[in-house]
Design a protein around this ligand. Structure first.
Ligand SMILES: [Zn+2]
Length: 555
């Protein structure tokens, strides 16, 4: 307890984070990284305390050394540990990551303690050096653990994080000697040392997990920062505008940082490639007028993040041009990949309602658009009796309700635009043209919807079914994830329609699924999960793709 208090006092939080401990505590207690780190640290400290606490007793009682000689062994170990702590600190400074050296040191402790356990009955000239090294390594671990905790917690909360960690160490320091003594009592000194040697392996696993969680948090923070940078260019980034160009420049820089070779095609689509890059992931960087932070941009940022993690995988990241104005970029691709995966926000409320962070898109609804015109007779608004009118707008209004009723069962249908002629306040409408947008998940459903609305589509896009290795990979990576059909079109739809095996991963849209507006929102946690899933799915698709190739075509 004293060490925890000292840890918190000596290493006070960085200036600028003036919140008192009581206010910070909930946030720290929610920080999974620190729990994992503390659990790992605790296992190491249990080893250290058991070993150093009992080594004098063991040498004196069991191996016949005088108290002075046994204490000298411990002092020698301490002297080495001091040198190691300073040296290890410098080493980890150069390594820029404290966890890695810490884990390697953990494995060294395991090896040294296990060796001592094996040598319990060996001659003292062999046993004592082994014990000195084991104890020295175990004692030097704590100094590194301090810096690891500080780094994981980040500058702002480092002091309180250390207090938290030191508390768990203090508990270990109290419990471990009792447990060690009980094991020695019940079995033997050798068993006691052997158990102590196993503990750091659990610690190493915990530290690896802490590092993984920290890397994921970093990825989410970086993704959000990048989405902010793109948004700072403008909330309106129309296709082929200066704003979209600037967004592509920014993405090109991130692609280079992720180790990708940057290029563009004739349509202006941006590519970051590594190797042959037969597998692509990406989305678009243009927006609707006054759009949100996440639509399209998230898919590009997530793909760059995945490419940065899969440094040995040949893949391509793509930012398509002008998706919002008819997928102008993806429709003009000069070449097609072997497979494509797109991450996109859901832009709807389904995942939020289900309480699920991610969803797998199994298809994109088919769409049909057209217009219906109603003819009437223009007449004076003040002199023509109601029963003698042929009011085109009244007929159109009945039709709008009919469209809505038709779409109640399978699909969606919308009247979004009306053209009223002559469109004057005091004239009974002569002609009204009504737009119809009908969508359904299956070709059959779309056909029925068109029939029941009774309109002649001037444009239609058949439903797209996702499939092949990308969909299989997402299902393997996210077992049990909800599967849904996208009502909105995406670049993925264009690629799938062109015959590319394609899949999409939806990220939960918060704010009731708000999209195409500044209210678009997805959480850092969900984005982190999406980047993880995308990375794993891409790795899986590429591994399966390569294994399916004939031997001589594999790189
Ligand atoms: Zn989009």
């Amino acid at each position: 307890m004293l060490t925890s208090a000292m840890g918190a006092l000596v290493l006070r939080d960085a200036p600028g984070d003036a919140a008192p401990l009581a206010e910070q505590a909930p946030a720290i207690l929610r920080d999974r990284r620190l729990w994992i780190l503390s659990a790992g640290s605790t296992l190491y400290v249990a080893t250290q305390v058991s070993l150093t606490g009992f080594v004098v007793l063991f040498l004196h009682d069991q191996r016949g050394l005088s108290m002075g000689e046994a204490a000298a062994v411990l002092a020698a170990a301490q002297a080495i540990a001091i040198t190691l702590r300073i040296g290890a600190g410098r080493w980890s400074d150069r390594a820029h990551a404290r966890i890695g050296p810490l884990r390697r040191l953990g494995f060294a402790i395991t090896a040294a303690v296990a060796l001592s356990a094996a040598l319990v009955s060996a001659p003292l000239v062999v046993l004592v050096p082994s014990l000195v090294v084991a104890a020295a390594l175990a004692m030097s671990w704590n100094g590194l653990a301090f810096t690891a905790a500080a780094e994981l917690a980040g500058r702002a909360r480092s002091g309180t994080a250390l207090g938290f960690q030191q508390t768990s160490l203090s508990i270990a320091g109290t419990v471990a000697p009792i447990a060690f003594a009980a094991v020695v009592d019940a079995a033997s000194w050798r068993t006691g040392f052997a158990v102590a040697a196993v503990l750091p392996l659990g610690g190493a696993a915990a530290l690896a997990e802490a590092q993984r969680v920290a890397a994921r948090d970093d990825a989410a923070v970086r993704a959000l920062t990048r989405l902010d940078e793109l948004y700072a260019i403008g909330s309106t980034r129309a296709g082929y505008s200066a704003e979209e160009n600037a967004a592509h420049e920014l993405a090109a820089r991130w692609m280079r940082e992720a180790g990708l070779d940057v290029g563009r095609d004739d349509a202006g689509n941006l590519f970051g490639r590594r190797g042959a890059a037969r597998l692509w992931s990406g989305s678009h960087l243009d927006t609707v007028p006054n759009g949100g932070r996440f639509d399209g941009a998230l898919g590009v940022v997530a793909a760059i993040e995945a490419a940065g993690r899969l440094r040995d995988t040949e893949l391509g990241v793509v930012a398509f041009r002008a998706e919002e104005t008819g997928a102008m970029g993806s429709r003009r691709l000069a070449e097609l990949p072997d497979a494509f995966v797109e991450v996109h926000i859901e832009q709807g409320p389904v995942l939020e309602r289900l309480g699920e962070p991610l969803g797998i898109v199994t298809g994109i609804a088919g769409q049909a658009r057209g217009t219906v015109t109603f003819e009437g007779r223009a007449a004076h608004a003040g002199t023509t009796p109601i029963e003698e009118r042929a009011d085109a707008l009244v007929e159109a209004a009945k039709f709008v309700l009919h469209v809505r009723e038709s779409a109640r069962h399978d699909g969606l249908a919308t009247v979004g635009a009306l053209e009223v002629v002559p469109g004057a306040t005091n004239v009974v409408p002569e002609r009204v043209t009504v737009s119809v947008d009908a969508r359904a998940p299956t070709a059959d459903g779309l056909e029925k919807l068109i029939e029941s609305i009774a309109f002649e589509p001037s444009w239609r896009q058949d439903p797209i079914v996702m499939g092949g290795p990308p969909l299989e990979a997402l299902r393997a990576v996210l077992p049990g994830a909800p599967e849904l059909v996208s009502g909105a079109g995406h670049d993925a739809m264009v690629l799938a329609a062109a015959g590319v095996p394609t899949a999409m991963l939806f990220v939960r849209s918060l704010n009731g699924g708000a999209s195409h507006s500044p209210d678009e929102l997805s959480s850092a946690e969900d984005i982190a999960l999406a980047v993880d899933a995308l990375t794993e799915a891409l790795a899986l698709v590429e591994a399966n793709r390569l294994s399916a190739l004939p031997e001589h075509e594999r790189p």
